[in-house]
Design a protein around this ligand. Sequence first.
Ligand code: ATP
Ligand code: CA
Ligand code: CA
Length: 384
Amino acid sequence: YNIPGQNISEKHQNYAIVYDLVTGIRFSVSRCAKNPVQITDDQFKQVTKLIFNRQGNTQAPPTKYEFKFKDYAPEVFRDLRRMFNVNQADYLMSLNDEIGVRAVGSSGKSGSSFYYSNDRKFIIKTIHRSEHKHLRRILKDYYNYVKENPNTLLCQFYGLHRLKMATRTGTVKVHVLVMNNLLPPMVNTADCYDLKGSTYGRKTSEKKRLQGSCLKDLNFIESKAAIYLADEKKKQMEKQLKQDVELLKNLNIMDYSLLLGLKFLNRADEELLDETSKRLSQITHQNVPGAHKNSIFDTDGGIRAIDTHGEEMDIVYYIGIIDCLTNYSTLKKLETFFRSLRHKRETISAVPPHEYGDRFLKFIFDHIKSPGDEVIEKKKGFGK
Ligand code: ATP
Ligand code: CA
Ligand code: CA
């Protein structure tokens, strides 16, 4: 299996960051209410400050390093985790300790780092201050939306934190977002597409791909790839994507991607998959109380591909919308202006949110194929 990144041992330069983050997160999570509480307006603005030091204090236990930690809207995120069916104990277990976290250098131009939990269920992404601010601004909309849309394909947010620590060069503030890893460990990152619906600069070179980078729009177009779904799934998927994108447009967000992971099955895998589904359906009986059930996905979180004749293909898709915190007004206006002087407007990534969303949907919808399409196309053929 292709596992990006490297383990972080005590000698690694990022060890202190990772240690502080998991320690801070674990401690603040364990301070949350044991039972779900009614979310009030105040809870969206709530910030908990904790000071960690070697001696320990009335708020926090002794730690290896000294750092300050802020937990934003802890009860709101706790409730989001509940809806996304993340068990509190599992969460604490997965973000278990420093050694279990892997770092991946930024895959994009934003300079973010990605830390994966050892079981690869969770990703801690460092985010820009503007993204942090934007999430705080829209948290209530996001929360209400998730509450009303159990089938949403939007990235699942589990926690928003800020770490302040001393380094050799001075004090640094690191903003992080904890989210779901859309891809199960068996999916090769080289079999993944990051799709925006734009073409300018949207190609991953063979060299980058071998280093574990995701493929992009131009790779998708060149390989004549498509998303093959059963009629009913296609309908459901398109409806949900439309709704999710509508929210993002209204929140003035753009630059997000559809992450599409492909798992190619062989016989052994299929048997394993059956086993896993069985086990997972047993686990579903112990769902977190009040958890959503996403009816687009099969039990293991993927969707089995169906070819245009209605036959199962040896492919499972993992799908979601990622990187959805870029606020158009803060970051992209200049970029649109400068690039549009030199490139065709439709081909560049930075366009206003409505335009961005429409182009995104068109690209995805154009590439979803289902048995029903054939029927429609045949009918058209007969008509002529
Ligand atoms: P940029 O802004 O330049 O696009 P970024 O630093 O904001 O980059 P993302 O776009 O969020 O980074 O993610 C970069 C890559 O990391 C994605 O293409 C994908 O391969 C992987 N990735 C990001 N989020 C997830 C997720 N939730 N699950 C699985 N993989 C993810
Ligand atoms: Ca991105
Ligand atoms: Ca980004």
